[in-house]
Structure formats: structure tokens, C-alpha cells
Ligand binder design. Structure first.
Ligand code: MRU
Length: 364
């Protein structure tokens, strides 16, 4: 996507290093950071300079390349895998990308590993862009049908949660790809942006992205979506996912489940944009089997923002001494999901639905 007319991805290799956009500084400061070691890549993921399931996977792949450039023994390969794998527990794209890198590199003699690691990381990044573009095309078809089915209203209201835009991926985004394409195709989309406490990825990142692309949007408190749906002010919801089970249970940013419940109760379609590396084919029960990250209490007790004189400051919201809990993700059961939108098309949120699109995953 473009920033002030200049095309950007969220991660790109430069002279044996990797550059990223530091997402902790958006929307007030646009800054890039150069990662020169595997350890820096691990910090970038753990401290959420980069975040979003697909981008976590791509950053881990480049982290493996940085590790191989510094030393490509079997021990170094395993150590880099284990260090990067420990950064964040929920998004399965991390496990997927690291397994792919190890599988690609292990059979090679060590002197050949660094070059192949860089090229494989680039392939993973390029594949993410193509996947998200395809999700955009399939999601656009759903939005167009919705808009035409409603008699082409002056506004098509879409609610989204967290940030599943281009900042969460290498480019395009998952849930926002169909929104960008619908906007560009002349469908009058307006986006309700959940602020997404505690880290405010909606208010900070989704609003920034949509604004840069000229997509009309309104930031709402996380608690507002149910009310809007009850009053007919939401035509559809679309969110991303960090891990979706083989049976269609969707793990995504905390609060997604409550939006899905409200959508189900009010008859609003609830779509999940799902790149195939985010499917965990090894598990069937999202509630029981997906590890839910718990992050620092400080993300809950404090908030950052821009002061009137242009400084970014962090202030305390919660009284000293009050405990805070910070569950980062929740699981929406498949029965609340209208459709999964993958790069191969949309399907029911069920094992049968997913296997119809990914028959190569059928048990032999
Ligand atoms: O904690 P984050 O910001 O990494 O969480 C991101 C999300 O929950 C996104 O919705 C999800 O990764 C899908 S991104 C395409």
C-alpha cells in the first residue's frame, strides 16, 4: 500500500538486514527500524514492533535468515527456531513459517543455508501478498453481493475489530483487503473501527491505514458494536484471525467473540478473512487447544497518546494497587461464523467447508 504516494510493504530486506515499520509508534510517528540480528527480530515480534499473524510469520522467516547469516550450523538452526518460536504463542503463522524454514534449510549443507534462507523468506513474504490479494477478491464479491442485494444503498457499513489490514500482513491485509478493493471499485463502504483495547490496534492502526487510503471510517468504543447492530447500522462484520482450527473455530483478538455473538443475535453476517497458513489443521477444538497469550498488565493499566504540544506520553488509567488481567485473544466458535474467506474462496466454518477448498488436507 502507499504512504504519501510511496509504495510500502511492512517488511523488506536491505543489505543483509531487514527493515520494518515500527508499529508501536503509529499513528503519531511513522518510523522504520533496521533489524540486523535474529535476536532483534525476536524482540520486534515479542514487543509488537511488528504484529498481526501473517507479519509475525514473515518476520520470523527473516529472523531465521539473519540467524543463518551469522552462523548456519544445525545447532544455530535449532536455536534460532526455538528463540523465535518463544516470542508469541497464539498466531499459528509463527509455527508454520519457522517449520517451513527449518524444513527448507536442514537438508542443505551449512554454507548454502544463508542464501537460501534469504530467498525462502522473500518467497514467504511474496506468497503472503498474493494470498491476501486473493482474499480481497473473494471478499469483494461477498460485499458486492451484499450491497446489490440491499438495493445499492448509499453506504455499506462494515464493522471490523483489531487491525487485520496491511500492517498486520506483508501487504494488503486480510480483513481489510476486501474493504480496500470495494472502496476502489466504487462500493460506498464505511467502516466501524473497534478501538480494540488494551493496545488499541483499531484506533491506532486500522484508523490510520483506512485514513491513508481515503476509506470513510468511524472509530467506536469496543462496547458500541452490539448497539449499532441492534439498530441496523452494521451490514456485515469482517475480522482477521490468528489461528483457526480444522473445524472452523476462530481465534482472534480479544473481544472478537462478543462481536460475533451480537452479530449472530441480530442476523448480521460475520465473516473471517483466513489465509491458509493461519489454519491449524492439527486441532479441532479452539477453546480447549489454542494457547491464549496473556500480556503485561501495563498494557491494561496505562494508555499512550499525543499531548496537545505534540509529545507522545504514556499515562496511568487504573488506580495504583488494582490488579489487571490482559488476555490478548479469544475463540469464536464456528457456529457463530457466517463464512471463512480464504485465498481459494469462501466456505462454511466447518471441517467439510475447509476440506472442500483444501482437499489436499483430507485424511488419506
Ligand atoms: O496482538 P496482535 O496485534 O498481533 O493481534 C492481531 C490480530 O488479532 C489480528 O486480527 C490477526 O492477527 C489477523 S491479522 C491479518
Amino acid at each position: 500500500m502507499k504512504i504519501d504516494g510511496k509504495p510500502y510493504r511492512t517488511i523488506w530486506p536491505v543489505d543483509g538486514a531487514v527493515e520494518i515499520i515500527d508499529q508501536t509508534r503509529l499513528p503519531h510517528v511513522f518510523a522504520t527500524v533496521r533489524l540486523t540480528t535474529m535476536e532483534e527480530a525476536a524482540t520486534a515480534i515479542a514487543d509488537m514492533w511488528v504484529r498481526g499473524a501473517p507479519l509475525i510469520g514473515a518476520t520470523a522467516a527473516y529472523g531465521m535468515a539473519l540467524a543463518m547469516a551469522a552462523g548456519a550450523s544445525d545447532a544455530a538452526l535449532d536455536a534460532a527456531h526455538d528463540r523465535l518460536y518463544a516470542t508469541r504463542p497464539t498466531a499459528v503463522n509463527l509455527r508454520w513459517a519457522l517449520a517451513d524454514m527449518v524444513e527448507t534449510l536442514r537438508p542443505l549443507p551449512p554454507p548454502e543455508r544463508a542464501a537460501r534462507a534469504w530467498s525462502r523468506a522473500a518467497e514467504i513474504a511474496d506468497a503472503d501478498v498474493a494470498t491476501n490479494h486473493a482474499i480481497g477478491v473473494h471478499g469483494l464479491a461477498l460485499f458486492r453481493a451484499l450491497w446489490e442485494g440491499k438495493g445499492r444503498p448509499e453506504r455499506l457499513d462494515i464493522l471490523t475489530h483489531c487491525n487485520a489490514g496491511w500492517l498486520a500482513t506483508v501487504d494488503w491485509g486480510t480483513a481489510l483487503a476486501p474493504i480496500y478493493m470495494a472502496h476502489d471499485a466504487g462500493i460506498p463502504v464505511h467502516v466501524w473501527v473497534d478501538e480494540t483495547r488494551p493496545r488499541n490496534q483499531g484506533a491506532s492502526l486500522t484508523a490510520w491505514e483506512l485514513g491513508r487510503h481515503g476509506v470513510p471510517h468511524t472509530v467506536i468504543a469496543d462496547n458500541a458494536g452490539g448497539h449499532l447492530m441492534q439498530h441496523g447500522l452494521v451490514d456485515a462484520c469482517i475480522v482477521g484471525t490468528d489461528r483457526t482450527t480444522a473445524t472452523g473455530d476462530v481465534c482472534n483478538k480479544i473481544g472478537t467473540y462478543l462481536k460475533a455473538l451480537a452479530a449472530f443475535d441480530t442476523g448480521v453476517p460475520f465473516y473471517v478473512a483466513l489465509p491458509s497458513p493461519t489454519i491449524d489443521w492439527t486441532i479441532a477444538d479452539g477453546l480447549a487447544e489454542i494457547p491464549i497469550e496473556q500480556r503485561s498488565a501495563a498494557e491494561q493499566s496505562h494508555v499512550s497518546g499525543l499531548t496537545a504540544d505534540g509529545r507522545v506520553e504514556t499515562v496511568r488509567l487504573v488506580p495504583e494497587g488494582s490488579a489487571c488481567a490482559n488476555y490478548a485473544f479469544d475463540v469464536t466458535p464456528a457456529r457463530l461464523v457466517t463464512a471463512l474467506v480464504t485465498e481459494r474462496g469462501a466456505c462454511d466454518a466447518s471441517r467439510a467447508g475447509l476440506l472442500a477448498l483444501f482437499p489436499e488436507r483430507s485424511p488419506a
